[in-house]
Design a protein around this ligand. Structure first.
Ligand SMILES: [Zn+2]
Length: 381
């Protein structure tokens, strides 16, 4: 009798915490059943069974947060006109938040061929909001952001397929439930400090992930066809892991030091199993640090001159993993093409946001919204 009431008590507690809705645990990966292009177990094997020397070394350069005129000046100066050694334009991915974004700049970056991806409407604090976020909250913050960007930057919603959670704080299964409903293909917010050498290649969540959960909660259920691009940590000068380059604790303080620092982290990938090398950073970190800026440019100059290294949009890595071909074949492929999208460019009158009592000066491509676009009213209707 006593044990029955204890079981009952736990059931009630679980309900209070909403855990009764928890999805069943994903099963351990079955490599025979889980095959490309739509399924991949979480492991460090090179897709397609390729040798490292036949595997393209992808480099993912990403920038987070608001896209403004000011930070676009940095992007213009550092990135525009760069091509990989095979003469295809480089890819760069922007995980953008809505607040303080100038949508005419988003349109410009899109037309450069870069990838625009989701990073929430408000990017609100505290971080715990994102840890505890429900499916509904994530739909309103991130799912709705897709149509918002499409509308104000005048770009096709279908080109927006990726997400990075603010503060890299996922909300376990809710994040992937939201991604499924919002038609998103991949997540790039899950750090790994355990699978850095050899690195963990992107994989799907059809089966249970073996990745370490650095920022819990991580997903535990099965999400067929949803991709994870693991954020493989760098190692700082003190030997500590960091998921974003600008978050490394022990950093160099000279240009040469930074250049060597980037190269050392890069070589762990390039001389290893060639898992995609992530260079994840915020523009606000670079702008006031000329030594970092110059070191980055030197690094980009270096890799843009090497045959088997390709800077690509994050979603292009998924495309390659789904259909892995050796370098010689990959380098000859047609370059990525972006259908140009026009932008008239309008500076909207000041818009008051009652949710946080701030006034915003938005710039958008076509027509200005009547109200300030925000969570629950992403189009500002
Ligand atoms: Zn952010």
């Amino acid at each position: 009798m006593k044990s029955v009431s204890i079981v009952l008590l736990f059931a009630i507690l679980a309900c209070v915490h909403g855990e009764s809705e928890e999805l069943p645990l994903a099963k351990p990966c079955n490599a025979t059943a889980c095959q490309l292009p739509d399924c991949r177990c979480s492991d460090t094997d090179i897709p397609g069974g390729l040798q490292p020397r036949h595997t393209p070394q992808f480099v993912l350069l990403t920038f987070d947060d608001a896209i403004s005129e000011l930070n676009t000046q940095t992007y213009r100066s550092m990135l525009y006109g760069r091509v990989n050694k095979n003469q295809c334009p480089i890819g760069v991915t922007f995980y953008m938040q809505h607040e303080y974004t100038d949508y005419t700049m988003v349109n410009e970056l899109y037309n450069q061929g870069y990838e625009i991806a989701l990073h929430s409407i408000s990017h609100r604090t505290p971080q715990d909001f994102w840890r505890n976020a429900t499916y509904d909250q994530l739909m309103r913050e991130i799912g709705d952001q897709k149509q918002q960007i499409a509308m104000f930057a005048n770009i096709p919603a279908s080109t927006i397929t990726g997400v990075r959670s603010p503060f890299l704080q996922m909300s376990g299964n809710n994040t992937f439930k939201m991604m499924k409903s919002a038609g998103l293909t991949y997540d790039l917010s899950w750090p790994t400090t355990r699978f850095t050498n050899p690195g963990l290649w992107p994989y799907t969540l059809d089966y249970r992930s073996t990745q370490d959960c650095v920022v819990s909660p991580c997903p535990t259920a099965s999400f067929p066809g949803s991709w994870v691009i693991p954020m493989i940590a760098w190692t700082d000068l003190g030997g500590f892991p960091c998921s974003m380059a600008d978050a490394c604790f022990f950093q160099p303080d000279t240009e040469e030091g930074w250049y060597q620092f980037i190269i050392q982290n890069f070589e762990r990938h390039y001389l290893g199993n060639r898992a995609p090398f992530g260079f994840y950073i915020h523009e606000a970190f670079i702008r006031p640090r000329p030594h970092v800026w110059r070191a980055m440019e030197r690094f980009l100059d270096t890799i843009n001159n090497i045959n088997d290294i390709f800077m690509v949009n994050a979603k292009e890595v998924i495309d390659w993993v789904r259909d892995p071909v050796p370098i010689n074949e990959y380098a000859k492929k047609e370059c990525r093409r972006t259908v140009p999208s026009a932008c008239t460019g309008r500076s909207c009158p000041p818009l008051f946001n009652p949710a946080n009592e701030k006034t915003y000066y938005m710039r958008v491509c076509e027509s200005c919204p009547r109200n300030h676009p925000w969570v629950d009213n992403p189009l500002g209707l």
